[in-house]
Structures are given as C-alpha cells and as structure tokens.
Ligand binder design. Structure first.
Ligand code: ACM
Ligand code: ZN
Length: 560
C-alpha cells in the first residue's frame, strides 16, 4: 500500500513539474543595467512564435536567424523568422532599430503579454539584446537537443515563460577583448570559430589574434610562401617549462587566406572585429628561418622549440627588412578590414643591433643618440615603429603595440596595450595614448586560476583567480579626469605555450571570461561578486549545454 501511495505521489509531483514551462531569468552575466517589472501577464514563448525583423536589413535578418538558432539549441523550439515593415506584431519577437536606445551597442528588451521587442540603436546592440534573452533561458533543464523529456510528454515542449519586464544595458567600454595565441600551439578554423561563439555569448567585440612568433608563422602571405612552408613548422617542442627535453614531434600549421577571410566574416557576423598581431621586430625567428637575410647575422635560424625571449630579432639596418614588413602588412590589411593592426613590439632585446654594422650605420644616419634611460637602439626601435605606423596610417589604419613602445618614443596616435601591469597603461594615457588594459595580473588567462596548482593542467605560473579578475578595475582611481577617456577597455590574453588542445583553452578561459564580461560591461558601482557568483551557474549551464570545458571548482571553492 505504502508503495502505491509513494508511486502515486511521485506521479503527481512529476506531472506538476512537467506542467511547468521553463521560466526565463533576466539576471544573466553580464548583468543588465536595469530590469524593471511591467504590470502585465507574462509572455509564453512557444513554437508558434515568429521572429520579425525589418524588411531589407541584412544584419537584422542574420540577427533573427541567430536568435532562432539559439532558441532551438536551448529549447528545441523552431521559430521561423519573417521580414516585416511593421514595428510590432502580437505573439512575436520583434527585432528593431531604435535611435532612442542609449548607446551604439546598448539594447532594450520589452516583454509584455503581447510579445517581445528587442531594440538597439544598431544591429550590434540588438545582437547583445539577443544574447541576454538567450542567456535568460535556463539551459540546465534541457538535454543536449534542447528538449526536456518531461515537457515533451505533456505538450510543454521546451516552452519558455518570459516574465513581463523591461531589460536594458549599455556596455561600459567600447573595447571588450579576448586574445588568442594560435602560434605556440596551432589551433585551426573550427577552434577559432568556437572561441568567437564563446566571446559572443559574453558580449565581447574584439579578438586579438596572435599569428606570428618565434615558434611559428601562421598566416599565409602569398608574396613570401616560405613563411608558412618553412616558418609554419617546428621540430618538436620543449617539455614543460623549457626543459632540455624536446618531444620530437613536428608541430605546425597555418591559416590560408581563404580560411582567414572566412573567420573574419564569421566574427563580423557576431559583431567581433579581429585585430591581427604581426609581432615585430622581436618574436620573428620563424620568419627569419624562412628568410635568414631578415636577421642581423644572416642565420641560419631554426623555428624555435623553446619558450621565452630570444636575442635574434629583425635587422633594421637593411631596407629589405622594411620592404618585407610593408609587403606583409599589405596582405594583412587586405584580409582584415578593421581599423587596428597590432604590431607587437614587446620583448625585443637589442644586443644584435649593438653588434650589427648595418643597424649601427642606420643609427648614425638617423643621428640617434642615447638620452636618459633610452639607448640609441631603443630609439632605433622607435624609428622602426614609426615607419610602420606611418605606413599603416597612410592606408587609413592605426597601430596597437605592447607597452614597450612607451620606452622608445612612439607617437601618441599609437594605442598601447598595457601588459607589464596596469601602470604602463596609466603612464601611456597621461602621455595621450589610447590604452587597452591587459595586465598579467589578473588578465593573463594562461596563468593558473588557483594557488592550489597540483590538480591543474600545467600553466605559465601566477594565480589569477576568478575573484581577482572580477575585482579588476581598468581605470585607476588616481588617473586624472582629463585622461580617463583614453582607457578604451580591457582584454584577457591567452598564450598557448602550455595549452595544447581546445578543451584546455576553454578550461583556462571559462568561467574567467564571465568575470571579465562584467568588468567590460558594468559600471564599478554595479559590480557585486557574491551576486555574480549566484548568477554564474545559469551561464555555466549554457557552457555545459554546448559541451564546453570549464573550471568547475571556480564555482565552489571561493578562491580569492
Ligand atoms: C607579452 O606577454 N609578451 C606581451
Ligand atoms: Zn642589423
């Protein structure tokens, strides 16, 4: 008898649970600026709902298709999209452009019993509204195909109840970046596209793509085919942190120009601009292996199998080197339409230049003389950078470089990426440079996420916990008011010396990207770590849903 009552109870509970549609929660990551309840009945999203977008607008058409895909992923509901010239239609999700929305990338979602409206000043803003709506749907209760078995049986098939409310947000920073090193280990097109998907989920809009370094050249340059034929491959990789043991496995690969075009388009569809980095004059051994005449000694060189900084850098005494750089940049500019090209500039030891007759002759011809802490060779790097900067400026582009550029007198139109801490960024802003904050602490995501490193995959070192990332403030409190606008935003860097596969990339960035997203989107007064931690599991359910790897302990271990 007891058994019968028990199974009856179980059935009643199951039926009651099954009768509940999924309920959306707008308190997503990054948290919207405002969530205001509206006195109305909630909206039931079901398979009869259409997604309307303005007739003839290709960006909005793509936005509509993306939203339909996201909803299908999470719920199993297939919503058709429809071009329309009407502003609002009952029972639908309407995507629309509205000049009254606060900022270019801002959005406003309005949910009433009649329907859902996602408005933005631009299609990008609408896209961020779409991301918020998508993240508000609980993914945890659905299987991989988005269909909750119980719901399916009682006709609720993945329906979602959207509470009546107005939800709006504008990002704090215009530059919301992630970096990916595809050199130290090569990751192909599919991995980069998934990385872009992950960025889109987090409301990020710049991918800084590290494509060339001592350990490999990963971008096809048609004028210099040996860059990838020879420079794209290395004879093995050191084991661990620069041990004398090489794994003996030839490693390499590169992106063809067709693949790059495809990736650039894929990114643009998600409102992400790719900033390619061609690191110079250091970190060039792969290129010099292919074309030894680019170096001061003439080589021979070997694509590097170790990590770190090598003395061999480009010879700036030779006109041929400058021509090479311009030729490469011509093809880079043709592939990447964004405003910025990153030209590196970090970690360039100058001992070869000190010994090179041609570099010394260039220094004499230019009349460069050491001043204060700056050697003549440092000024030579400044001269070289200015040549590259002038070339790119003449083609309507701008340069970004690592903060070492501040040591060699570059023009203030160069944007500085502050990596050796946040202090160089503050210094750069005071000198009139635009700045992107990527300090090693806490924004190097190749660093450990805990001080208990024994259970972790090998990483560079350091300890950048989720909380440290969350607490990062890109604009230093003592930065003068008149230069604060120079801080364009923040970015996390993912160097891949010790990252050998895609799940490991995801493990290093998730969930730290979630914390960074709140740094990028929220005003400091809106941030609250405990609240963030309470909202994070709903986002992590989406990671799980897509099968992305993430560091689960960061959700429970309260690491500071
Ligand atoms: C850097 O981490 N060398 C910019
Ligand atoms: Zn030289």
């Amino acid at each position: 008898m007891k058994k019968v009552i028990f199974s009856l109870l179980v059935t009643i509970v199951a039926v009651t649970a099954a009768a509940q549609p999924l309920r959306a929660d707008y308190r997503v990551v990054p948290l919207p600026d405002r969530i205001d309840g509206i006195k109305d009945r909630d909206f039931m999203l079901d398979g009869s709902c259409l997604i309307d977008y303005p007739l003839g607008n290709r960006d909005m058409e793509r936005n509509a298709a993306m939203l339909s895909g996201y909803i299908e992923d999470l719920t199993g509901l297939h919503l058709s999209t429809r071009p329309t010239s009407r502003i609002y239609r009952d029972g639908c999700i309407s995507l629309l452009l509205d000049p009254k929305v606060d900022s270019d990338e801002g959005y406003r979602i309005t949910v009433t019993a009649r329907g859902v409206e996602i408005a933005g000043k631009t299609p990008a803003g609408v896209f961020y509204g779409i991301q918020t709506l998508r993240k508000s749907i609980p993914a945890g209760q659905n299987g991989m195909n988005g269909m909750n078995g119980m719901n399916k049986q009682d006709g609720m098939d993945g329906k979602v109840l959207l509470p009546a409310a107005q939800v709006s947000a504008s990002p704090r920073f215009g530059y919301r970046g992630m970096h990916l090193d595809c050199v130290r280990h090569f990751f192909g097109e599919e991995t980069v596209k998934r990385y872009l998907d992950i960025m889109a989920l987090h409301g990020m809009n710049r991918l800084h793509w590290h494509l060339t370094d001592d350990q490999g050249w990963r971008i096809e340059i048609q004028k210099y085919p040996r860059l990838t034929e020879v420079g794209g491959w290395r004879n093995g990789t050191t084991l661990g942190h620069n041990s004398p043991v090489n794994d003996g496995i030839r490693h390499g690969g590169y992106f063809t120009q067709a693949e790059i075009r495809d990736i650039v388009r894929y990114a643009a569809d998600r409102y992400i601009t790719i900033i390619p980095e061609i690191d110079m004059p250091g970190h060039m051994v792969a290129a010099m292996t292919a074309y030894p005449e680019l170096g001061c000694t003439g080589g021979p060189y070997e694509v590097w199998t170790l990590w770190g900084v090598t003395d061999d850098i480009l010879c700036i005494g030779k006109d041929q080197t400058l021509q090479f750089v311009k030729d490469v940049l011509d093809e880079v500019m043709a592939l990447f339409p964004g405003q910025y090209i990153h030209i590196g500039g970090d970690e360039s030891p100058r001992m070869r230049w000190q010994q090179c007759p041609l570099c010394q002759q260039r220094i004499r011809e230019l009349g460069l003389v050491a001043k204060g802490k700056q050697s003549a060779e440092a000024l030579l790097q400044g001269w070289f950078t200015t040549q590259v900067q002038n070339y790119l400026t003449a083609h309507g582009r701008r340069i970004i470089g690592w903060d070492e550029l501040l040591d060699c007198d570059v023009d203030a139109t160069a944007t500085i990426m502050s990596w050796r801490g946040a202090e160089p960024g503050a210094q750069g802003a005071k000198l009139g440079h635009d700045v992107i904050m990527t300090p090693v602490g806490p924004l190097y995501f190749d660093y450990y996420q805990t001080d208990k490193t024994w259970n972790e995959p090998m990483a560079f070192g350091g300890c950048n916990t989720l909380k440290k990332v969350y607490d990062f403030e890109p604009v230093a409190a003592d930065l003068p008011a008149d230069v604060r606008h120079h801080i364009l935003g923040a970015q996390a860097n993912v160097w891949t010396e010790y990252i050998t596969c895609e799940p490991q990339i995801q493990y290093q960035v998730l969930p730290r990207m979630a914390a960074l997203a709140e740094v990028q989107w929220l005003q400091p007064t809106e941030k609250d770590y405990q609240d963030f931690m309470a909202r994070l599991p709903q986002l992590v359910d989406i990671y799980k849903h897509y099968g992305w790897t993430y560091r689960a302990r960061s959700l429970t271990d309260n690491e500071v």
